[in-house]
Each structure stands twice: as C-alpha cells, then as structure tokens.
Ligand binder design. Structure first.
Ligand SMILES: NC(=O)c1ccc[n+]([C@@H]2O[C@H](COP(=O)([O-])OP(=O)(O)OC[C@H]3O[C@@H](n4cnc5c(N)ncnc54)[C@H](OP(=O)(O)O)[C@@H]3O)[C@@H](O)[C@H]2O)c1
Length: 329
C-alpha cells in the first residue's frame, strides 16, 4: 500500500523511521512534506536519505513543492496527516484531510484538531467516498483505544469512561506529591525533561484532555459534543497543601477526564483518588477505564505520547486499512 506523509516533526519522523525499518509491512512511502517543502516518488522514497536531508537542512524535499502538491498529485492509497494540532480552526489539517478524501484516499491522523472540530463531517465524507478515516493516535498515543472499542469490545454498550489522558499533568502531579514541589517547580522540571511545551496552557488547563474526551464521546456515542461542553478545571491552581492533605487520607490527586452520557457528565478536573486506584500511576503514562454492559470494567494503560509510540498507533491504522480495503481491491 502506498502512503503519503504530511508533517515530519516528532510523530512524522517516527512514522518514517518505522516504515523504513519495517519494510516487510508492505507500506511504501511515495510522498512526504513538511511546512516548507515536499518530495514525491511513485516507486518509493529513500526514507533514510530524506530524513538525513531534513536533519541537515530543516527541509525534507523540494522547496518548490508543498504539502498541497503531495496531497493532490502524489500516487498514494492512504494519507498520514501529522501536522500540529490547532484546536480553534483545525487547520491546516482539515483542508489536507478533505483534499485527500475528495481524491478517494484513506486518511490516518494523530491530529486532534480536525477530529474534535469536524469529526462528524469528515467521517461522513469518508463514508460517502467509500474510504476510511482513522485516528487511533489522537487519544492516548500508543494505547489501542479505538481498536479496543471497535473490535475487542464489539457488541458491548459503553456506559461510561474515565481516564488519565494527559501525561504532562500526570508527571507534574506525581512530582508535586512525591517531593512536595510547588506547581511551578514541577512544571519547570517537566519542561527540563521535555514533557511540557514552552507554553503549557493546553496541558495544564485540561484543554488537551478535554479535546481527547470530546473525540472519545463523539466516537462512542455520536452525541455531537464540543470542547465548550466540557466542564473543565486544570491543575495550575493546585497547591502542595492539597496534595499533602490527600496524602494524609491515603489518597493522591490526578487530572481525570470522565464522560457518562446518562448522567450528562463530561468533565476534566483534578480528583482525589485512593493510592491503590487503577488510575494512580507515576510519570507520563496515560490510562483509560471503559465501563461496559458485558465486559464490565476494562482499564488500558500505556504510553500516551512519543515519536515511535505514536507511530505504533498510526501504523496499526494503516495496516487495518491495508487489510480491509487495499488488499481486497
Ligand atoms: N508528539 C506526540 O507524542 C504526539 C502524540 C499524539 C498526537 N500528536 C499529534 O500529532 C501531530 C504531530 O505532532 P508532532 O509532535 O509531530 O508535531 P511537530 O513536532 O510540531 O511536527 C509538526 C510537523 O508538521 C509540519 N507542518 C506544520 N505545518 C505544516 C503545513 N502547513 N504543511 C505541511 N507540514 C506542516 C512541520 O513542518 P516543519 O518540520 O517544517 O516545521 C513539522 O514537520 C500533532 O497534531 C499532535 O497534537 C503528537
């Protein structure tokens, strides 16, 4: 199956490296683009060369070509869209995804913006065009949440869900509890470790977790919820005293995203949890508990971010498309 890749940052590089390393998967890269350049080869790109060029010059290809050229002209079956998330406009990803769907190309993305803002429209468009739109990597990185919902829990009614969907917040809360650090000290440590962005607003105010909650709720219940519907409190106002008091009760505090349509609950907030609760773990991991009618409670835990970890979810989606659509064609 031929693949075009838009975005060659942390995730795009992970995908490209894994496509080069795992050449037995039968996934051939025929188009690639970053913000400044692009490159196409219908017979398969020399990935090692392109990655070396990107590292050396900052561009992956020809500066006269763009992502739009790859999406509109390259020879590919599936587009991988991994440009930065814009939670307000969803662009440039929405435009990229629509252009690929219009060409009847399958799309895989890790970009939360287009799915949270226009997921319903994009899913309908994909269905109309007879292709697949998959976005496993948008929620909880490497954890196969969507595959579990679609396959492992097929036939189950999902009653409710709750989870730790932001590793940066989990790291900060872990460090505040373990060392009695202030929020500012723990945030500085998270920055030094490369876990927090220069502007941590999306993470610490619960926006990132809320976007993932919206994606999950709309995927499971198709209830048309938006970011503004999420009752959201971040961790940026938490004091070491709050964590110390929780500790005295044998508990700790975690940023929990939770949804229960029957209770009209859609919330991201710091919650006091018993230290033995399955959602209490250290560091940057993510976890999600699904409450279902038949399987009852299932908790998935794993890496919520990372270059190769996120590539794992993207390659899983690509192989699903290859097996379901492309090999049969
Ligand atoms: N990092 C993770 O662990 C992780 C996990 C799950 C989901 N995600 C999501 O995955 C997406 C990619 O994340 P990332 O960490 O790889 O981001 P990143 O490191 O910022 O890389 C973004 C890439 O997109 C390129 N780009 C920006 N605007 C573009 C445009 N208009 N056309 C073509 N390319 C464009 C950039 O080009 P230049 O190289 O030229 O700047 C860069 O290569 C984001 O939506 C993010 O939220 C990330």
């Amino acid at each position: 199956m031929k693949v075009a890749l838009i975005g060659l940052g942390s995730v795009g590089r992970g995908v490209a490296e894994m496509l080069a390393k795992k050449d037995d998967l039968g996934l051939v890269l025929t188009g690639i683009a970053d913000s400044k350049s692009a490159f196409m080869d219908p017979d398969g790109i020399d990935i090692t060369r392109v990655l070396a060029k990107k590292k050396k010059t900052g561009s992956c290809g020809d500066q006269h070509l763009s992502a739009a050229d790859v999406i509109k002209k390259a020879d590919y079956d599936a587009l991988v869209e991994v440009t930065p998330t814009n939670a307000l406009s969803g662009e440039p990803a929405i435009g990229h995804i629509k252009a690929a769907l219009n060409r009847k190309k399958h799309v895989v993305t890790s970009n939360k913006g287009p799915i949270a803002l226009a997921g319903k429209e994009l899913r309908a468009m994909a269905k109309k065009k007879g292709v697949s739109l998959r976005y496993e990597a948008t929620v909880a990185g490497a954890i196969p949440v969507m595959h579990t919902l679609e396959h492992g829990l097929a036939g189950n009614e999902i009653l409710a869900l709750y989870g730790v969907l932001n590793g940066t917040c989990n790291f900060i809360l872990t460090r505040m509890a373990a060392e009695g650090l202030t929020y500012e000290q723990a945030l500085m440590e998270a920055r030094e470790m490369g876990y927090a962005e220069a502007d941590p607003t999306y993470d610490v105010q619960g926006i990132d977790a809320a976007i993932k909650l919206v994606i999950l709720a709309n995927t499971i219940w198709d209830n048309g919820v938006k970011l503004a519907d999420v009752d959201r409190t971040g961790i940026d106002l938490l004091t070491p005293d709050a964590l110390r008091l929780a500790d005295e009760m044998g508990c700790t505090i975690r940023l929990i995203a939770e949804a229960n349509p029957k209770k009209r609950l859609l919330r991201v907030s710091p919650r006091i949890l018993d230290k033995n609760h399955p959602l209490v773990f250290e560091g940057t991991l993510n976890a999600l508990t699904l409450e279902t009618d038949m399987a009852k409670q299932i908790t998935l835990i794993g890496r919520g971010a990372g270059s190769v970890e996120t590539a794992s979810a993207i390659i899983g989606d690509l192989l699903y498309i290859r097996d379901r659509y492309v090999q049969r064609a």
